[in-house]
Each structure stands twice: as structure tokens, then as C-alpha cells.
Write a protein that binds this ligand. Structure first.
Ligand code: GLU
Length: 438
């Protein structure tokens, strides 16, 4: 007779295999995330018996979003809200409006939120939402109707104590104001804490708009100290010049760095002597793209990856740094302002070439960190000044980064794996403490 396993013996998960749409074979963002979890599993000790938890989103909602267009017809868009994990607290993560949004992408983004929130130790799980729509094709009225109907549809799973959306790609403070209003109207009283990234006059936080870029700059500066890089003479290339890339470029330029190349959906611009970042920000605010900026040369989009620089900041969409360009990148350090910009193959190539990658799950965590401050301020209806917010943000980012750096040194692993080690242990520890219900 075989001996029954003792309670303390880790047992293999008895679960059914993952359904096909959850599997890693198709290397979309969700497949990339699953590979990242596999890489970290050997470092999780006894907690690895809970790792299956991380491979299955807790809850995924797909909603139809019908609206009246201005021309009198009715259009339908597909919307999603995925709550990946809520072991450490309510779901938290942004909402993106983009024509290429898919369920698999939102699942990956929600999982990266779980990791990110645990990495900086804010008391949240991970969630994300999106609508498959190109907002540039909508009038302001249509955009408002899409936002309100989507919010009503996901209203059954969001709430200040359940899941708190925020801005992401192509969403902003105005959209958060409409989301807050719609949720509040539906439930009969104003609930500012249901979303973060709101306008400051409506329960938003000072410093939230710049927070992700400030976090990128903070971890970049900390990492530069470790590798003996002088930020004041560094050359920086930035992909994406929205809220994240634009703010990061501004802060690096203020620290003396030369921002030599910027790429966005309109094209790629270059200036060896360094772009004038404040004028470029004004140009983008007026025209919506870096294209057409007079004081720069235009270069081919693919040449962006070969630009001579010290720091590369991908701050746009997923899988931009991949096997096709990782071997050509000249930077010594990559700071991931975007979520999921580097594929696992590119990670390996960059590691071999000794390029330091500061992963999204720590590098762009400044946004959600100040979202947390906003949520706390909304609950107490007591608002902090900007200096206090920035000081707290910088302290949290520095401490989190120092912890991750140490774990990377101790285990001789990349900073991505180190961040996953820290975060997965935190998530799975709470998973174990809470146990299974019922
Ligand atoms: N969308 C941002 C991110 O990817 C912010 C999320 C939030 O503030 O909840 O981290």
C-alpha cells in the first residue's frame, strides 16, 4: 500500500490542462506572461504549489458596447474587464481604448498588474480593461457614449472596494470623469474612489499625470548608479511620446540627458545634439504626433532601434523589442515604460549582450503607486500636496527597486525574474494564508 502524502508535502496540481486560449503556444502577450511565470517557478520554493493560480485569471468579462453614432446609425464595440488576481486586495489596473485590443491582451495586462502591484507592495490585486475601438475615429460625443455604456456594462464587477480602473493607452482624465459619473449615477451617490487618474477637481491626485514617467526616471536613475552611468551625459531614445514617454523624456532632459530620438505612430525623429523636449511636447500637444517637428531630422522607423544611445525607453505598446531588433540595440539600459514591450527571446538576446533591462512591472509602477495615493485620499477626503506625493512616490520606487536589485544579485537572475520572484511570493503567500473558499 502506498503511503498517503503528508499535509506538508507539496502536491502536483490536479487541475485540468489549461484551455487552449490560456496556453503559451501562441506567443501573444498572454503566452509571453505564461513564459515569464514558468521562468520564475523554480525560485518560489513551497509556494510553487500555488503557481497555477497565476496562470488563470480569476474572472473575465466580455461586454457588448452599443452606441448611437453621430450619423444616426448604431455601432457595436467589444469591451473587456479582467480581474487576474485579488488575493492582496481589490483589482486595480487601467482601461485602454485601441483597435487591436483583444481578450488575450487584456488578460496579460491584468496579470502584469498583479505582479506590478505586488512588486511595489500596494494593497491591490491585478485587473485591466479595454475596448476594441480606435478612439481617433470617434467624435467627443461618441467617445463619451462608448465610455459610459462600457462603464455601465462592467459596473457589475467594479467598485471602490472591488476593482478600480484607471487610465491606460488612449484614455485620460476626462474619460475617468465620465466613468466615475456613470458608476455614481447608477448606484445613486458619488463614488470618487471607483476610478483613479481623475481630474484634480474631481477627487484626482496631484502628480498622478506625471507619475508613471517620474517612476521611469526614478528607477532609471537608481539603476544608472549601479552600472556607473552618468545620467547628465546620457543619450536617450524614446518610443511613444504620450503621458509616459513624454514625461520621462522631460525629466531625463531636465537632468541633463540628451533625448536624441523619439518615435511615435506618426514617425521617427532624430537630433544628435538632443531634441528640445519642451518644444516637442508643445508640438505633440498641438498636432498629436512627433511627425512634422521642425528642429529634427526624420529617420526610417526601423532605424530607431539602431540609434546610438545609452538609454532606450519603449513607452508604447507590447512586443516592440523583439528577436528582429534586439541584436541591433545600442543602449546599455532599457527602461520599460510600456507594458510588455520586450518578448522573452529579446530578453535572452539582451541578457547575452549585457544590456540591462528594467522591466515594466517595476519600471512603470509609478502610475499605479500614485493611483493608490489617489484612492487613499478619496477615502479620507483629505488631499496631499504635490511635494508630499512625489516624495512618497520616489521613496516607494527606490525601495522597491533596491529590493529587486538585491534579489537579482542573490539569485543571479535578470531584474524581470527578480521582480517576478518578489511579487509572486507576495501574491502566493496571501493566497496560502487566505486558503480556498468554500
Ligand atoms: N495603466 C497604468 C498601468 O499600466 C496605471 C494603472 C492604475 O493606475 O491603476 O500601470
Amino acid at each position: 500500500m502506498s503511503k498517503a502524502p503528508s499535509i506538508a508535502t507539496p502536491v502536483a496540481p490536479m487541475s485540468h490542462p489549461l484551455p487552449s486560449y490560456l496556453q503559451a503556444n501562441n506567443l501573444g502577450p498572454w503566452g509571453v506572461y505564461l513564459q515569464q511565470v514558468d521562468r520564475v517557478t523554480p525560485y518560489l520554493g513551497n509556494l510553487s504549489r500555488w503557481v497555477e493560480t497565476l496562470k488563470r485569471p480569476k474572472r473575465a468579462l466580455i461586454v457588448d458596447v452599443p452606441i448611437h453614432l453621430d450619423n444616426g446609425t448604431v455601432a457595436h464595440f467589444e469591451g473587456y474587464r479582467v480581474q487576474h488576481n485579488v488575493s492582496r486586495g481589490p483589482g486595480k489596473g487601467g482601461v485602454r481604448f485601441h483597435q487591436d485590443v483583444t481578450l488575450s491582451e487584456v488578460m496579460a495586462l491584468s496579470a502584469w498588474m498583479s505582479i506590478k502591484n505586488a512588486a511595489v507592495n500596494v494593497p491591490y490585486g491585478g485587473a485591466k480593461g479595454g475596448i476594441r475601438v480606435d478612439p481617433k475615429t470617434l467624435s467627443r460625443g461618441e467617445l463619451e457614449r462608448v465610455t459610459r455604456r462600457y462603464t455601465s456594462e462592467i459596473g457589475i464587477i467594479i467598485g471602490p472596494n472591488k476593482d478600480i480602473p484607471a487610465p491606460d493607452v488612449n484614455t485620460n482624465e476626462q474619460i475617468m470623469a465620465w466613468m466615475m459619473d456613470t458608476y455614481s449615477m447608477n448606484q445613486g451617490s458619488t463614488a470618487t474612489g471607483v476610478v483613479t487618474g481623475k481630474p484634480v477637481d474631481l477627487g484626482g491626485s496631484l502628480g498622478r499625470r506625471e507619475a508613471t514617467g517620474r517612476g521611469v526616471f526614478t528607477v532609471g536613475t537608481e539603476a544608472a548608479k549601479h552600472i556607473g552611468m552618468d545620467i547628465s551625459t546620457a543619450r536617450v531614445a524614446v518610443q511613444g511620446f504620450g503621458n509616459v514617454g513624454g514625461t520621462a523624456a522631460k525629466l531625463f532632459a531636465e537632468a541633463g540627458a540628451r533625448v536624441v530620438a523619439v518615435q511615435d505612430h506618426g514617425g521617427t525623429i532624430f537630433r544628435e545634439a538632443g531634441l528640445d523636449v519642451p518644444s516637442l511636447l508643445r508640438h505633440v500637444a498641438n498636432t498629436g504626433t512627433v511627425a512634422g517637428f521642425a528642429q529634427a531630422e526624420v529617420i526610417a522607423n526601423d532605424l530607431f532601434w539602431e540609434v546610438e544611445c545609452d538609454i532606450l525607453i519603449p513607452a508604447a505598446l507590447e512586443q516592440q523589442v523583439n528577436a528582429g531588433n534586439a541584436g541591433r540595440i545600442k543602449a546599455r539600459m532599457i527602461i520599460e515604460g510600456a507594458n510588455g514591450p520586450t518578448t522573452p527571446e529579446a530578453d535572452d538576446i539582451l541578457h547575452e549582450r549585457n544590456v540591462l533591462v528594467l522591466p515594466d512591472v517595476i519600471a512603470n509602477a509609478g502610475g499605479v503607486t500614485v493611483s493608490y495615493f489617489e484612492w487613499v485620499q478619496d477615502f479620507s477626503s483629505f488631499f496631499w500636496d504635490e511635494a508630499e506625493i512625489n516624495a512618497r512616490l520616489v521613496r516607494i520606487m527606490r525601495e522597491a527597486f533596491a529590493g529587486v536589485w538585491q534579489v537579482a544579485q542573490d539569485n543571479k537572475v535578470s531584474l524581470r525574474t527578480a521582480t517576478f520572484i518578489v511579487a509572486c511570493k507576495r501574491i502566493l503567500h496571501t493566497r496560502e494564508l487566505r486558503g480556498l473558499y468554500p
